[in-house]
Design a protein around this ligand. Structure first.
Ligand code: SF4
Length: 586
């Protein structure tokens, strides 16, 4: 502040992540955007929320404070799917855990309000975004109130917040109180009663005691995800209502390009001594677009970024690459060019009037929408232009790809295989059981088999030794132990080895979490199996890692649990009954 001649800030950001001046970190991106509009902005990263002095180092801001838990929900960041405390945190120097509090949005908001009496606070980021309505919280095993109520913040920004934040700052600078800003897209606010024009959801009190009411509220809210068609939502909490305005309109190409042209230093704050793992992973990667139209049940991205793809121009991406190649540490490798799903770059809904009226959560399930245009020409051109950069020796696509789109994207597929796989391609079928993929809203096993055949055949023809690493989820709603036996047999039959298994975590706000809590698919009304005991979750995980010696006992147990001992011969060899090699089952 001294160097800039600032005696006061306009906006103070408080974040649960370390400060990395890189556009992949939301707080840094928003701070640079406000700065470009002439606001004086400060960031306090990972303060001690119990110590007011740690929040007062840059003084009281003139307009408001903006609080975020960081790039992850703080409870997901702190606890494993088995609710054990994690020992690391990729968003903290040295990867050390414990630098942010549990329920960081609530804790930081209270701390800011304690440090600066009467200061307005807005909350945003993934934690605030996905907890904006009454939601199931896995760690409490209960429905919690909207985080806007629990934090007592003045305004909540959800989704990608650029447009809303600029509007809030402009109006705050003109003297309007945050609590009076009730008409901004992408925000949630508190009302004295349910406004007339809203879709009224069952109250917090009703949904916290009744799973059917919870599922119905989820279904109604899910219908209002289209920024062009959505109505505001309202949900009573006691006598007051949380009102969620329609989502922000997607950014256009020029607006997105402008963000990525802001003067990021692309490095962590110089005070840090230890590396920040999340930064190390993305420092030489490029975000080409936002959004995902996959609509997978377990994923928070569609809820946060929206299903409409917002792509940067080729020129903007190439400019960023040119700047990146001048970085003193750049050694010629771009580690990723992608977004939530790499091969969605440049894709769009091809029918403007259908898009404006659309109520689907995604564009691919149950069948790809006839209006979806999946032409790969833009993505192919982009990859080619990057390869032609003299300073770029290697360029990988590490973001996930939707393999069910690749059949219609032959040139992208070819380019990916020939140049950008780097030996191992990560793909995420998540399951290969038809019943389970249906609940997950993922493509079924046949699409994965077709992709595998193509991948292997073309890699052979190209003379490249490369393999697929499948990502799978254990314990997803709808998945029984018997389904997982089928998945294990599938992996074995197709000579696939799973290296890492993701145990399903019911993160706030997703469709799968709603199913986990209610035992029903809220969009179809069908009841779904939910693995709730640790024993069953462990059995499902062991089945995916059936080839490991330490899994054998649990695999044998799982086979008995679903009366499929006969499949033990295929999976475990021998008589298939032995829990551990050489030791008979008791
Ligand atoms: S109309 Fe079809 S392609 Fe367009 S947004 Fe809706 S689902 Fe997607």
């Amino acid at each position: 502040m001294d160097a800039r001649g600032w005696d006061v800030l306009d906006v103070l950001f408080v974040s649960g992540d370390a400060y990395v001046d890189h556009p992949s970190f939301g707080v840094a991106l928003l701070a640079r955007l406000l700065e470009a509009e002439g606001y004086r902005v400060g960031i306090i990263a990972q303060p001690d929320h119990r110590d007011s002095a740690s929040l007062q180092v840059m003084g009281r801001p003139r307009l408001f404070a903006a609080v975020s838990s960081g790039a992850m929900d703080s409870m997901v960041n702190h606890y494993t799917a088995a609710k054990k405390i994690r020992r690391d945190d990729a968003y903290t120097p040295g990867g050390k855990a414990g630098a942010r509090p549990n329920r960081a949005v609530i804790a930081y908001t209270a701390a800011v309000k304690g440090a600066f009496k009467g200061l307005s606070v807005l909350i945003g980021g993934i934690e605030a975004s996905l907890r904006r309505l009454a939601h199931y919280d896995y760690w409490d095993d209960a429905v919690r109130r909207s985080v806007l109520v629990d934090s007592k913040a003045d305004l909540l920004l959800y989704g990608m917040a650029e447009t809303a934040l600029l509007e809030v700052a402009r109006r705050a600078a003109a003297g309007e109180a945050l609590r009076e800003m009730t008409d901004i897209r992408g925000t949630a606010w508190m009302a004295g009663q349910v406004p007339d024009d809203c879709v009224s959801l069952s109250s917090f009190e009703a949904v916290s005691g009744d799973t059917a009411a919870f599922g119905e509220a989820f279904r109604l809210a899910e219908r209002e995800n289209n920024p062009y068609a959505a109505k505001p939502l309202a949900q009573l909490h006691g006598t007051r209502a949380v009102v969620v305005n329609p989502p922000a309109l997607p950014l256009g190409e020029a607006e997105l390009d402008r963000l990525y042209a802001l003067p990021f230093q692309k490095r962590p704050h110089p005070s840090y001594r230890a590396p920040i793992p999340a930064y190390e992973q993305i420092r030489f990667s490029i975000t080409s677009h936002r959004g995902c139209f996959g609509g997978c049940a377990f994923c928070a991205i569609t809820h946060h970024q929206g299903k409409l793809i917002q792509s940067r121009s080729e020129g903007s991406i190439l400019d960023e690459i040119d700047r990146l190649t001048k970085h003193p540490d750049f050694r010629g490798t771009i580690t990723d060019v992608g977004g939530p799903t790499a091969n969605m770059y440049g894709l769009a809904c091809g029918n403007e009037s259908a898009k404006i009226a659309c109520r689907r959560s995604g564009c691919l399930y149950p069948k790809p929408c006839k209006h979806l245009v999946v032409k790969d020409s833009r993505a192919v051109r982009l990859l080619k232009e990057i390869r032609q950069r003299r300073q770029v020796k290697h360029m990988f696509v590490a973001s996930g790809v939707r393999y069910d789109l690749l059949e219609q994207q032959p040139d992208y597929f070819e380019s990916l295989l020939a140049h950008h796989v780097g030996g191992l391609l990560k793909v995420a079928p998540e399951s290969t059981s038809e019943q389970v993929t249906r609940v997950m809203r993922k493509p079924g096993p046949q699409a994965f088999i077709d992709f595998l055949e193509q991948f292997r055949q073309r890699s052979r023809e190209l003379g490249l030794r490369q393999a697929v690493v499948p990502y799978l989820i254990a314990g997803h709603p709808g998945c029984t132990v018997s389904d997982m036996v089928d998945v294990a047999l599938f992996m074995q039959q197709h000579q696939l080895r799973v290296e890492q298994v993701q145990q399903f975590t019911p993160t706030p706000g997703t469709l799968a979490t709603c199913m986990y809590y209610t035992g029903r698919d809220p969009l179809t009304g069908e009841s779904v199996h939910v693995a709730r005991t640790e024993r069953e979750k462990k059995q499902q995980k062991a089945l995916l890692l059936w080839q490991l010696p330490e899994s054998r006992k649990l695999v044998a147990e799982a086979l008995r649990a679903c009366s499929r001992e006969n499949d033990g011969r295929t999976l475990l060899g021998g008589d298939g009954q032995r829990g551990e090699r050489g030791r008979p089952r008791r």
